[in-house]
Design a binder for this molecule. Sequence first.
Ligand SMILES: C[S@@+](CC[C@H](N)C(=O)[O-])C[C@H]1O[C@@H](n2cnc3c(N)ncnc32)[C@H](O)[C@@H]1O
Length: 273
Amino acid sequence: MVTTVLTLLAVLACIVLMVVWRVHTNGEWALWWHDNYLERIRDFLSGTTRPMRILHYVQRSAKCGDVLSVISAIDSFCSKVEWAMNVGDKKGEILDAVVLETRPRYVLELGTYCGYSTMRIARLLPPGARLITIEMNSHYAQVAKELFQHAGLDAQDKSAEKRPAGPTCKVELLLGSSSVLIPQLKKKLDIDKFDLVFIDHWKVSYLPDTRLLEECGLLKSGSVLLADNVTCPGAPDYLEYVRNSPRYRSQYFPSQLEYLQVEDGVEKSVFLG
Ligand SMILES: C[S@@+](CC[C@H](N)C(=O)[O-])C[C@H]1O[C@@H](n2cnc3c(N)ncnc32)[C@H](O)[C@@H]1O
């Protein structure tokens, strides 16, 4: 009897150790563990959502009107308390460098989530620049809007139909699916071409939305596409396209998956026309 119990405990310990090892070394396991399993348990136990927990932490710990303080509070929460799918601090530095080097006036972001990357980009834009960010989940969009307010960013949450004429704000959050909104951007938002597109929504949409941006004439020679998570979870069809198309000059920047020691990277692709 004792031997059986000890054997069962040993097998259980081996399984737990194996799961812990896989979660720390394998991207798919890490995402499954943090993004599905832990998030659902915490949601169930707390009666809140992960974006709400991020927002509450920021409201408690970040200085109002200080975008850097908000970014750093989100990084602190996501590295010490609870993982979340922001681009994160490490790949965020690559994003910052690309924004500074591109000096864009018109920026499009696909996938806002809580607005972490939106805030990283917005703080580096010159006055008068426009940052359009698209999010299809209304709860995430609402949280992002509250975080923008806390950070002191002038954000609006508008559908493309409702945007008023007149002076533009720095961050324009559009609620809806990228495939529906991209074809409306030229007319409804009075945008001609984007200088920089940060692609960070669901990975299956990277390639179709890139083709849509081309078809809608939203890219010009020199427009930069920066795509997150091209290694983990990966966007192989997108990489195959931008790396082999004569219309792009593409470069990979290795890094790590946000807040974890798992390999990931971003792909910078310059549209050649
Ligand atoms: C990885 S998160 C974005 C993280 C954010 N860019 C950051 O770094 O802080 C991906 C987001 O894209 C949104 N999304 C996925 N597919 C979309 C689509 N086709 N149109 C609009 N939003 C989409 C999801 O709801 C999710 O909030």
